[in-house]
Design a protein. Structure first.
Ligand code: HEC
Length: 146
């Protein structure tokens, strides 16, 4: 269990590396920035889960709540089928808009639920794994990592 959670924490924190550089389309930049904000909260939570920072229930809950807040912006950030040579967004997003929408909704719902539930470090690890699953579910279909 612990290993699986750490793998997810690592996977979600490792992927950011400068995908961003040289993006010219401002709409693409904005949606990448939104994802990076989400990533920041996951990094805060991942560090606590790995014991690299001290667990604090208030900070953990705030990070899940902030993730939910950012999640609620995903649909509008991706609404228009904008692209950029540096974008990792699959064109399938706009072919399957309803599903993309639902996956963004899953992330928001899970993050909102967890913001009200996490009280101990024992809660945090499975919570982070559950949230990480919602990232993976969408990235696997709609993000083409370069
Ligand atoms: C509903 C779909 C969806 C969900 C859910 C989702 N993402 Fe993304 N994410 C994307 C897409 C699509 C891109 C590629 C955007 C682009 O390059 O234009 C992306 C890109 C990213 C990037 C790279 C940003 C950059 O600077 O290029 C990070 C980091 C990221 N996501 C983190 C996360 C994390 C962490 C979660 C879960 C808490 C998550 N995402 C959930 C669709 C999603």
């Amino acid at each position: 269990m612990r290993t699986a959670v750490l793998a997810i924490a690592t996977a979600v924190t490792a992927c950011a590396a400068l995908a961003h550089e040289g993006v010219k389309n401002p709409a693409v930049m904005a949606r990448m920035d939104g994802m990076k904000e989400i990533q920041k909260h996951l990094t805060t939570l991942g560090k606590m889960a790995k014991g690299e920072s001290v667990f604090d229930a208030k900070t953990a809950r705030a990070s899940f709540a902030a993730t939910a807040g950012e999640s609620s912006r995903v649909v509008s950030l991706f609404q228009l089928p904008k692209t950029d040579p540096k974008s990792e967004a699959s064109q399938d997003i706009w072919e399957n808009w309803a599903e993309f929408n639902a996956l963004a909704g899953d992330m928001e719902r899970v993050a909102t639920d967890l913001a009200g539930q996490v009280a101990t470090i024992e809660d945090l690890r499975p919570a982070l794994a559950a949230l990480g699953e919602t990232c993976k579910a969408c990235h696997a279909k709609y993000r083409e990592e370069r």
